[in-house]
Design a protein around this ligand. Structure first.
Ligand SMILES: Cc1cc2nc3c(=O)[nH]c(=O)nc-3n(C[C@H](O)[C@H](O)[C@H](O)COP(=O)(O)OP(=O)(O)OC[C@H]3O[C@@H](n4cnc5c(N)ncnc54)[C@H](O)[C@@H]3O)c2cc1C
Length: 689
């Protein structure tokens, strides 16, 4: 066992921790890792506390798990070996919010991604994040030549199977509508994936960390675990004695291994075996300066058709405006070598310029790489070995930033009431079962926060404030959530550097959102005036006719940002879209029934908790309504459907019971309430019943 450890774990070279207060540090330098392992003294932790939970690893996954456990009231300590949190794979990713279409169907990874997406709007808001930090821009999965065309159907199917039924196949002309920056490219066809998004990749883990601290958890950086022994505490209890390379011993009842690229080694260190071996997979990136001409700058994420191993090289605009090209997917032995090689960087640069010719006039402001903790499996490796009081959260390969919230919930559920069966079959866990929704709506209402008593983060500063602070301090740190943090993600560093020197008035905090709204309005105007396509392309023409009819019905309510696109934002920094005030009409059930989408002259309506909503339009890309004839939820059109939504059912018997909630469980009633909140946000209320 020690051979393996010495092979991979290099001697710990601790740097004194950053001045990040709120985090404590064990920064004693050590020289020989093996010697530490063999001759560790058993100095007890000074306060001699036995923690309920000890999390090893301060990447986004460990931080989210630590937060969830703390929020649920378990005394939790997180240990991170480097001098700062968010330094491993979490500091080398693309920062894309993934929808999971490229994760294997039926995998735990896809399940947890979908679960995360449901949690995000409310969770991110409670973490202090806003649409200033998360750009819900959508993605185009592009076929670059006719030989890739065939694969688009597969991509479309995967999106639909994952639950994103609004994903659509696009022809070249449609692609240019959505992304005019591709005009000079060879884009042949694409699948539009509206739910993919771009995040501030460093702030998300930091937000989890801050929330963990606020909710009573502790984080120690500069604390490398090198030994773990499960020892008798008394006749019927055992505790883990976890030894750090400086000799300190901390005690905890359960250990959570979130060590990323070292996950297999930490498993072997603790429980003597691992169900996986880490196969480090490097991804290199090139970062360009922002493209000044708005029409040549990409609005959406541009992805190639994914392969079994990787999502492929992506081109996108970071939340700060830099254009990024990457990542590659290169297998390597070394778990720490994040170097870039000139040839790969040159290839990436060329690839980026072939897609976005405007990049030729941009500066390369930096390069970076990250290493994915991939394994021999095409799925996450999450197990709770109850008798050994050990939870493995391993192999979180390429979607961990997005999935951290779903993972943390799943892991905490496993820990709280795991029967023995969990060890072998995570899909059967109680964590997954009760939330299996037979019907997943395309625009998902956010789940209510599971622990409403959890202390929320204060709002994070907007990007311009962060950048100014970063620039002004000049020591690599920023002040956020009331603490100082070291900025560790290269994309954030390049982004803050790009924005930093500009002294900006405060009002610019709304600018990203306003830019987005303006772009959306421009895009809609272009689409509406494009009569030529209506005549030549049957499918497109039908869609656009419906869109126009919809706009007529909605009486202009679609101007402004797309409805549903703004859920989950910190409300404070947004300009509400002003809708014309109208007197609300009173509907009888019979009358409502005539608004079921069968008559083009009438909008499609449905009622929940007595409010009548106009659900004629589908969403930001002008898709037909999901409630229209032939669509998945047509059965609800023209109906009072509070009960049906509470049960997530389109069973006619349940729909016929309208607003009758008798016999429903509390969580079902809450589901109906959450649907109502969602509809209020996304659709216009046009009447009452
Ligand atoms: C190139 C690339 C692109 C990606 N793109 C995306 C994307 O667009 N979207 C997305 O959602 N995900 C993406 N990911 C995946 C995501 O970044 C990872 O899934 C996630 O960061 C894994 O987090 P982690 O906490 O498991 O691992 P890490 O971030 O590596 O954290 C593990 C931590 O454990 C610590 N540790 C290890 N050993 C010890 C020890 N003995 N004692 C104490 N601490 C220890 C390490 O120092 C490290 O900080 C990408 C990853 C890469 C590399």
């Amino acid at each position: 066992m020690f051979n393996l450890i010495t092979k991979y774990l290099r001697p710990a070279l601790f740097v004194t921790s950053s001045a990040a207060f709120g985090l404590s540090t064990n920064s004693t330098p050590t020289t020989n890792f093996l010697a530490q392992c063999l001759s560790t003294s058993t100095k007890a932790h000074p306060d001699d506390e036995i923690y309920d939970c000890l999390v090893i690893g301060g990447g986004v996954v460990g931080l989210a798990v630590g937060r969830e456990l703390s929020v649920r009231g378990h005394t939790t300590l997180l240990l991170e070996k480097t001098a700062n949190i968010c330094t491993g794979a979490s500091a080398g990713n693309s920062g894309i919010g993934c929808t999971g279409y490229d994760a294997p169907e039926g995998s735990l990874e896809r399940w947890l991604l979908r679960r995360s997406i449901l949690r995000h709007p409310n969770l991110y808001r409670s973490l202090g994040l806003s649409y200033n930090h998360v750009n819900k821009c959508g993605a185009l999965v592009v076929a670059w030549n006719s030989s890739e065309d065939y694969a688009l159907n597969e991509v479309l199917h995967s999106n639909h199977a994952a639950g994103d039924t609004e994903a659509t196949l696009l022809h070249r002309e449609d692609i240019l509508d959505i992304e005019p920056a591709l005009a000079q490219s060879s884009a042949n066809g694409a699948v539009w994936v509206p739910r993919e998004m771009v995040t501030e990749p460093w702030l998300v883990p930091i937000a989890y960390a801050n929330n963990m601290l606020l909710n009573g958890g502790k984080i120690k950086v500069g604390s490398e675990v090198c030994r773990a022994d499960l020892k008798e505490l008394n006749d019927d209890q055992k505790v883990w004695h976890v030894t750090l390379t400086n000799g300190t011993v901390v005690r905890a009842r359960t250990v959570f291994n979130c060590a990323g690229l070292y996950g297999d080694l930490i498993d072997r260190l603790g429980v003597g075996r691992s169900t996986f071996s880490i196969k480090p997979r490097k991804g290199q990136f090139v970062v360009f300066s922002p493209i000044e001409n708005e029409h040549q700058s990409p609005n959406v994420i541009i992805q190639p058709v994914p392969t079994l191993r990787t999502k492929g090289v992506i081109v996108w605009k970071s939340v700060y405006g830099n254009i990024v090209v990457g990542p590659t997917a290169e297998e390597q032995e070394d778990r720490d070598d994040t170097s870039n090689d000139a040839q790969t960087i040159a290839t990436l640069k060329k690839y980026g310029e072939s897609i976005l010719p405007a990049l030729k006039s941009c500066r390369v402001v930096g390069t970076y790489s990250g290493i994915r903790p991939a394994t021999e499996h095409r799925d996450y490796q999450i197990h709770h070995t109850k008798e050994q009081q050990w939870v493995t959260v391993g192999g979180i390969r390429s979607t961990g930033l997005t999935c951290a919230s779903g993972i943390s919930e799943y892991v905490a559920d496993l820990y709280e009431d795991a029967p023995a069966t969990h060890t072998n079959n995570p899909h059967q866990s109680r964590a997954a079962m009760p939330r299996t929704d037979p019907v997943l709506p395309p625009y998902l209402p956010s789940l209510p926060l599971q622990h409403p008593t959890a202390i929320p983060n204060p709002a994070a500063p907007d990007l311009y404030t962060l950048a100014s602070d970063y620039y002004g301090r000049n020591d690599g740190q920023v002040y956020c959530f009331g603490r100082l943090w070291k900025v560790t993600h290269p994309l954030s560093i390049h982004g803050m550097t790009a924005l930093g020197p500009v002294k900006l008035p405060k009002r610019r905090s709304n600018e990203t959102l306003r830019e987005f709204k303006t772009r959306y309005e421009q895009w809609q105007r272009r689409k509406n005036s494009d009569e030529r396509n209506q005549a030549t392309n049957g499918a497109t023409a039908t869609r656009r006719r419906r869109q126009k009819a919809t706009q007529a019905r909605a009486g202009g309510a679609q101007s402004g940002a797309p409805d549903g696109a703004l859920d989950g934002a910190q409300d404070g920094d947004q300009q509400p879209v002003q809708l014309p005030k109208k007197e609300l009409k009173l509907f009888t059930a019979e009358e409502l029934d005539t608004y079921d989408g069968r008559r083009l002259s009438k909008p499609i309506l449905l009622a929940v908790y007595g409010d009548v909503f106009d659900v004629s339009y589908g969403g930001e890309n002008g898709e037909p309504s999901m409630y229209g004839v032939g669509s998945g939820y047509h059965a609800l059109a023209g109906k009072a459907c509070t009960r049906a939504l509470a049960l997530m059912s389109v069973d006619p018997k349940e729909i016929a019971r309208g607003d009758d909630l008798s016999g429903l469980k509390q969580e079902e009633i809450e589901a109906a309430l959450s649907w109502h909140r969602f509809l209020v946000k996304k659709y216009k209320v046009v009447g009452r019943m």
